[in-house]
Structure formats: structure tokens, C-alpha cells
Design a protein around this ligand. Structure first.
Ligand code: AMP
Length: 426
């Protein structure tokens, strides 16, 4: 099957060729005909499957063919990073089409607000918005959505996790009843069903491999005590082939500590978390995309919506609280049929969490033995009641807080002689 089989406009086909999209991915093959037919759609597809193109391409095809142009499509996304990424895909594909789009999200200054408001008032073809800022703009009462034809909710499960249910329901009150609604979600928990019942009409359902990381990802894990993690991360970065890497941690405090430790050890990395302002975030992502920086340390703010090709290594410094976040984190590697490695550090407390992840993805992730120099870790015994220290009693070592990259005996601080431990393998 090729994109020409959808009878897309010639200019759209040119745009796809220039983006290097030759064959529709499975989600695109299934979703595009449904969206072209103007039917409501609920699609379960994770990031990395080509889900964005699955709704953008048919919508953009309709926009190019439309006689009159007005604010045609509203895409709601959980984070500004995802909104920007979607906007970039529109720009890439739409280069030859003249389809206009604007990402709308909070932060920024008064000028940004004015620019977003103006673009919406004047009727950009596609608006990609995060819920909070969108509601603020709609509340001005000056934005006309009467001709809106398509509403897309992208990463709907994430939006509900972030507490946006009421905001979404409120946004819907501003929209015309006659419209096509398309909902994409990586997982389908009951709350998504509730939302879908409320805002979709007789939707077609498509299910592409529920929340499973792409096949190209080699998933591995180490079962460790917290105190062993800093030495282990150095070992992994040294012994694994990688060209660009992301290290995820669940809290910004851990991200900051890791960042400081990396800087002290002379390992070039950039930290990405919610305390950074928008220009800082954008500049870091730009440097990462341009390969000026090849290692990022981030919270889950980073796990959604960064679209960088060729991330070869993802390290989960801890197990993410939500199994879906695991899928998103490891989905940062092996994008669009490339290969990559995702390695998770599981401490005693996180074992049950990791077990839930393995249940969700339907696979047991290989647990690698710790290198001898790091010593023995805890046993992997999820579902065993732990004592108050998080211990299951099978191993006598006390649970210590990690000391981030102490330099000294046996440690490889990264300075002095040869490549630092963080130097990427070529
Ligand atoms: P997504 O799941 O939408 O985040 O897309 C994952 C990656 O796949 C993005 O980098 C897209 O640019 C890319 N992509 C989407 N569709 C195709 C396609 N048909 N052929 C090649 N790459 C694609």
C-alpha cells in the first residue's frame, strides 16, 4: 500500500515524499480511510507508531481541497512539547500545501498571547492547543469556531492523567455539535471510555497493539539498591553502544542531582524539567536535535512529545509511577523502525510497579546481572510484602540513598585520562 492509494492531493503526496514517508504505517492504513469518511474515531495507538500522521494527513488533504478557509481543525494535546511537535509535522508535510497552523500553549509573554489570539481570531487552518491556554483564549469570546470541522484529542489518556477532564468537557461547549471527533490514546482505561461516550458519536474503533513498546526496542533492567544506581549508570553509559541518550527520573529533584553529578564528573548532559522556562526548554531540545548535546536528563515532561530521530539509549533511573509512562519513555528510542535500547533500574520499592509494567506490555523484561564491582543487588521478588525499609529480607544490605557519582577509590569520575565515562561510542 502507498499513500497514493488514499487519493491524496498531489501536493500532499509531494510533502510526504519530502518527509521520507513512503509507506503508511499500520495505524495510518487503518485510520486514514475512517477520517477521510468523516466518521468519528477512537484509536488506541502509542507514540512511535505514526499516529500523528494518521489523523493529520487526511485532515490536511481535506483542508487543501476546501473552497473556503477558516479555523478548520482543533487538536488538543497534553503538553506544549507535543503541541510543538505536531505543529512541526504540519509544517514539514504542509510545506507545499500552504496549510497554516499555530501551537497554542501557556508560558511565554504577552506577545505570545497576542500572536496566539490573533492567529485564532483570523482563522489559522489548524490550531494545536494545550487545554489551559485554550480555555483562556476561548474565554475572550472573540474566537469564532462555528466552522470548525475536526476535533482531535491526542494522547487523551495522558490528558486525563493530568487532570484535564473538566477542561476538555468545557472546551467542547464552545464547539459546533456537527463536527468530526477523533480521539487517540496510548491506553484505553475506563475513564477514556467515559469521555469517548460523552463526546464521540458512534465512533469506529481501531486498536494498534495496546501500549506495547515498538519491536525495535531492546528492553532490559537491573535490580539494584538505590546506593548502587550512580555506579551502575556510569557502567551502562560506558559499556553500551549509544550515540544519543535520555536518562529519565521521576522527580525534578533527582534530575537536578543527576545533572549536578554529571557536570561534576565532566559528563556533558543537559537537564530538562518543569522549572525551566519555555525558551530554555526549546533551546535544550534544539541543541539535542542538532546533536550539539547528546545526553538529556529529564522528568516525564520529556517522555511525551519530543520527536528526535535516532535516540539510541533510554535509561530509566527509576521506574515511572504509571505503566503508560514507561511505554512513553522507552518509546523515545527506536522511533519509526529504528532500533534502540531501554534500560530500567528497579529498586526494592519499585518492584511491584515494574511487575505491573511487565503485565501491561505482556512481556517479561530481561533482568541483567549487576557487574561484579557494583556488588549484589536485591532479589527480584515483586508481589512479596516488603518490610518497612522496602526490604524483602532476602539480602542484608541496608537501603541507602544514592550518592551521586562520588569520586574516589574505584569510582570513575570521568576526568583525567582518556575518554570520560559519558563519551558516546562512535
Ligand atoms: P508518531 O507516532 O506520530 O509520534 O510518529 C513517530 C515518528 O514516525 C515521527 O518521527 C514521524 O515523523 C515518523 N513517521 C510517521 N509516519 C511515517 C511513515 N509513514 N513513514 C516513515 N516515518 C513516519
Amino acid at each position: 500500500m502507498t499513500f497514493a492509494d488514499f487519493n491524496f492531493d498531489e501536493k500532499l503526496l509531494d510533502g510526504l515524499t519530502s518527509m521520507g514517508f513512503n509507506t503508511p504505517t499500520p495505524i495510518q492504513q487503518q485510520a486514514i480511510p475512517v477520517v477521510l469518511e468523516n466518521k468519528d474515531l477512537i484509536a488506541c495507538a502509542q507514540t512511535g507508531t505514526g499516529k500523528t500522521g494518521a489523523y493529520l494527513l487526511p485532515i490536511m488533504d481535506k483542508i487543501v481541497r476546501a473552497e473556503k478557509r477558516h479555523l478548520n481543525t482543533l487538536i488538543i494535546a497534553p503538553t506544549r512539547e507535543l503541541a510543538q511537535q505536531i505543529d512541526q509535522q504540519i509544517e514539514g508535510i504542509g510545506y507545499f500545501l500552504g496549510v497554516s497552523s499555530i501551537p497554542v500553549y501557556g508560558g511565554g509573554d504577552g506577545a505570545t498571547w497576542d500572536q496566539q489570539r490573533k492567529a485564532m481570531e483570523e482563522g489559522a487552518d489548524i490550531v494545536i492547543a494545550t487545554p489551559g491556554r485554550l480555555i483562556a483564549l476561548l474565554a475572550t469570546g472573540k474566537i469564532v469556531l462555528d466552522h470548525l470541522e475536526h476535533l482531535v484529542l491526542d494522547e487523551a489518556d495522558r490528558m486525563l492523567d493530568m487532570g484535564f477532564y473538566d477542561d476538555i468537557v468545557k472546551i467542547i461547549t464552545y464547539l459546533p455539535k456537527e463536527r468530526q471527533t477523533v480521539l487517540f490514546s496510548a491506553t484505553m482505561p475506563p475513564k477514556i471510555r467515559t469521555l469517548a461516550n460523552k463526546i464521540l458519536r458512534n465512533p469506529t474503533e481501531i486498536n494498534i497493539a495496546i501500549a506495547k513498546p515498538a519491536d525495535g526496542i531492546l528492553q532490559q533492567a537491573y535490580v539494584v539498591f538505590d546506593a548502587q544506581k550512580p555506579a551502575l549508570i556510569k557502567h551502562v553509559l560506558k559499556s553500551t553502544e549509544w550515540s544519543s541518550a535520555i536518562i529519565f527520573a521521576s522527580t525534578k529533584e533527582t534530575v537536578k542531582k543527576l545533572d549536578q553529578a554529571f557536570q561534576r564528573a565532566g559528563m556533558p548532559a543537559k537537564a530538562f524539567h518543569s522549572d525551566l522556562d519555555q525558551p530554555e526548554r526549546e533551546s535544550i531540545l534544539r541543541e539535542f536535535k542538532n546533536k550539539q548535546v547528546n545526553m538529556l536528563i529529564g522528568t516525564d515532561v520529556l517522555s511525551r512529545g519530543i520527536d528526535v530521530e535516532g535516540i539510541s539509549l533510554v535509561i530509566n533511573f527509576d521506574v515511572p509511577p504509571d505503566p503508560e509512562d514507561y511505554v512513553h519513555r522507552v518509546g523515545r528510542t527506536a522511533r519509526a523502525d529504528t532500533t534502540g535500547t531501554a534500560i530500567t533500574f528497579i529498586n526494592e520499592r519499585d518492584q511491584n510497579r515494574f511487575y505491573s509494567i511487565e503485565s501491561l506490555i505482556g512481556n517479561e523484561v530481561a533482568k541483567l546481572p549487576l557487574p561484579q564491582a557494583i556488588g549484589e543487588g536485591p532479589a527480584y521478588q515483586p508481589r512479596v510484602k516488603k518490610n518497612h525499609n522496602g526490604h524483602n529480607g532476602s539480602n542484608g544490605s541496608p537501603r541507602k540513598k544514592p550518592k551521586f557519582f562520588r569520586r574516589g577509590k574505584g569510582g570513575n569520575g570521568g576526568k583525567g585520562g582518556g575518554k570520560g565515562p559519558g563519551a558516546p561510542k562512535k
